[in-house]
Design a protein around this ligand. Sequence first.
Ligand code: SAH
Length: 352
Amino acid sequence: MTALGDLLAARIARTGPISLADYMADCLMHPEHGYYATRDPLGQAGDFITAPEISQMFGELIGLALAQAWLDQGSPAQISLAELGPGRGTLMADALRATQAVPGFHAALTVHFVETSPVLRAAQAKAVPDAQWHNDVTTLPAAPLYLIANEFFDALPIRQFVRAGDGWHERMVGLTEGQLSLGLSPAAPIATLEHRLADTADGDLVEHCPALSGITQTIGDTIGTYGGAALIIDYGDWASQGDTLQALRGHKHADPLTDPGQCDLTAHVDFAAIADHATPAKFTRLCTQGMFLERLGITARAQALAKHLSGDALKDHIAAHRSLTHPAEMGDLFKVMGLYPASATPPPGLEP
Ligand code: SAH
């Protein structure tokens, strides 16, 4: 086992089984041994690759969509251009470059990054030197908020519950013969899952992300009160159904309980929960990433870039366009939800 595995096993031996959320939180963000806290996991050489790392077009189109939302709301002065979990800062760097030509946008904005990993903060500072950093969304300014969160919510710890009558067993991480293992707590009613009694049956598994509601409420409050727009892009669907906890290492699936701290752990995002907590901001209908990027004009942008490319670079560029948009790749798996003030139109490419 890893050093973090030993620490977790000692803790469980002392105080009993822990929730999957507690397990995930340590695996991802433990200050000494956490996956994100100690490395840059992105890219070909890392464990997984994300849309902004696949092509500059992704960040460019997101930047232009947020700038258009800003224009549509009358170009407010002094806005926050914010990103949750910015990884290497690539998306924001591409967004800033693409929006240079939008009159007044750069003069109005300050870049805010919400990031807990010191390693990734350092990478972000290279890509976007004059950003301001936050540990969580509660310290974002009281100002119009134009925000992107790509593959952020999927990294937030989740709890898992298995239905038993009108109650739920929680899946807990415990110990079997000294090794980490999954078990079930005794069934009990759970207030936050009351609404799931309507769409589940005995034995069904649902996931709940405890941090999601507070983060969404803060964003929804800020956008509802001061204006702005949020684009939330992730894999997931309207409501959580089934076990989506996944571990990735070297671009391959791994066992979430093996080598804690050495693998990326994610779960699908429950967009219905985001919609539920967004008020007073309004939320858009879910849109697939492929459809969203097409509506923002990715094909025209891809053709313009292709004119300057040949050979392997052109092949890679065509493959990148396909990765981002094709239904068999990221196009359908990833979904987009927009948040916007009741007084405004939805962000470009999205529908009420
Ligand atoms: N958005 C980037 C990176 C996705 S990886 C991209 O698309 O490439 C997830 C990011 O969220 C990392 O930057 C990670 O350090 C950050 N992160 C994960 N949990 C977080 C938390 N609770 N608070 C702030 N940042 C977090």
